[in-house]
Write a protein that binds this ligand. Structure first.
Ligand code: TGC
Ligand code: FAD
Length: 391
């Protein structure tokens, strides 16, 4: 399929291992076979193709960087990034599910959970037999999650959980949610809330123009009794959820390259075939400017992602570097999608091509996991040592 000839202008493939290239091919093939044929209709109909989750489990993209004995694949961080890149070339919704399950549900259980919690949940999450969600954002606390009001009251052998979370990926279909809430002394704790617990509901959020093939919703806790053994004992404070976000943001930065590459390749093919004024539109300087700038930006995004992957695999990637990469690569993908859509003219707004869907999805991707501006402020803080978030 011609639109899968993705750009590799700087021969970055030469820097990847045989195993990484093989994994890329197998995820790419799966996306072509199983995602591409259904995703446009799913997005148009605002339906999340949940049957793909178990297939992703079989494919090995859920929790891929965790040890095999805990339901993972034992892969390195570059391989994780490559997987996210290929999934997002299909659709950001598919990558979202894999990101949340891997980095925001399996990772906190692995890092902060008890052995019993790990044995109980991780293997099934890794196979896609259970679906997880991550509840940090609240109606009144998005960029500033430290202000959250969801709260836990200690009742001896259980906690009572009250509050609500909003904009939660996979909330309507989750079997369990890793929820962040404040204890009685105001410390942020992670706790596993399971479907079926009395007072726990997950209403879906409709009317989205973005990530329409992803189930987004709320997590509502109305005096939910959560057993003490569901508390994640291994972390206290905002650094718990933020540690998981470092991993998810890193994966998103790779994912954005997939969406951008799909848009670029589609636009290049179209420009070579479409004729106006008796010649292919690829022959006009203004089209070439768009294509050249897209390819330059994608190449920069690829190189940044690979280098940060190397640092991550050596435990040297800093949160601020991850913020810079997430912000840069998602902005790159948005720029590429917007330019690519222009090259297709009117055809660019249709579902016959993937560009408009990617473009709309990327509007969420630039907002979730820290907005474009929040990541800029994280860079600013890292450069100057002065926080510009708050007074
Ligand atoms: P601040 O005072 O700076 O830090 C509080 C504590 O948190 C620690 N911390 C981190 N730890 C590890 N990694 C990071 N990246 C960390 N950032 C902060 C920090 O060291 C401190 O620890 P301690 O032990 O000293 O207490 O926090 P602040 O209140 O000023 O807030 C700033 C911050 C970092 C929260 C803000 O910059 C930010 O990142 N806001 C964005 C919130 C966000 O990203 N939400 C994402 C929700 S989940 C989601 O969107 C999933 S979408 C998934 C999908 O569908 O793909
Ligand atoms: P706000 O924080 O209200 O920000 C609004 C605007 O103000 C932004 O432009 C922001 O950059 C700006 N702003 C805020 N503070 C500052 C400041 N100090 N300086 C300058 N500008 C500032 N959350 C989860 O917990 N789990 C999920 O699974 C999840 N999935 C999501 C899925 C989708 C489709 C979407 C859209 C969101 C999801 N989120 C999830 C929520 C997401 O993380 C938040 O939307 C995001 O953190 C921003 O919060 P907000 O929308 O409340 O915006």
């Amino acid at each position: 399929m011609s639109h899968y000839q993705y750009p590799d202008y700087f021969k970055i493939d030469d820097l990847l291992t045989q195993e990484q290239l093989l994994v890329r091919q197998s995820v790419r093939d799966w996306v072509i076979r199983n995602v591409k044929p259904v995703i446009e209709t799913a997005a148009q109909d605002h339906i999340s193709p949940n049957f793909l989750i178990r297939e992703m489990g079989e494919l090995g993209v859920l929790g891929s960087f965790l040890p095999v004995e805990y339901g993972g694949g034992g892969f390195d961080k570059i391989t994780y990034g490559i997987m996210m890149q290929e999934l997002e070339a299909g659709d950001s919704a598919i990558r979202s599910t894999a990101s949340v399950q891997s980095s925001l549900v399996m990772l906190p259980l692995f890092l902060f959970g008890t052995e019993e919690q790990k044995q109980r949940f991780l293997p099934k999450l890794g196979k896609g037999e259970l679906v997880g969600a991550f509840g940090l954002t609240e109606p009144n606390f998005g960029s500033d999650p430290g202000g959250m009001t969801a709260n836990l009251k200690d009742k001896g052998d259980y906690f009572v959980l009250n509050g609500s979370k909003m904009w939660i990926t996979n909330a309507p279909i989750c079997d369990l949610a890793v929820v962040w809430a404040k204890d009685e002394v105001g410390k942020i704790r992670g706790i596993i809330v399971e479907r079926g617990m009395k007072g726990f509901s997950t209403p879906e959020t409709f009317n989205k123009w973005s990530l329409r093939a992803s189930a987004t919703g709320e997590l509502v806790f109305d005096n939910v009794h959560v057993p003490k053994e569901n508390l994640l004992p291994g972390v206290v404070g905002l650094k718990g959820p933020m540690t998981c976000l470092n991993s998810a943001r890193y994966g998103i930065a790779w994912g954005a390259i997939g969406a951008a590459s799909d848009c670029y390749s589609t636009a290049l093919n179209y420009a070579l075939e479409r004729k106006q004024f008796d010649k292919p539109i690829a022959g006009f300087q203004l089209t070439q400017k768009k294509l050249a700038e897209m390819l330059t930006q994608i190449t920069a995004a690829q190189l940044m992602a690979l280098r940060l992957g190397q640092l991550a695999d050596n435990e040297k990637a800093t949160p601020a570097q991850i913020s810079m990469l997430k912000r840069h690569n998602v902005q790159t993908a948005l720029n590429v999608a917007r330019e690519a859509r222009q090259i297709l003219g009117a055809m660019g707004i249709t579902g016959d091509f993937p560009i408009m869907r990617h473009m709309m999805n990327l509007e969420s991707v630039t907002t979730y996991e820290g907005t474009h501006d929040i990541h800029l402020l994280i860079s600013g803080y890292d450069i100057t040592g002065i926080s510009a978030f708050k007074p």
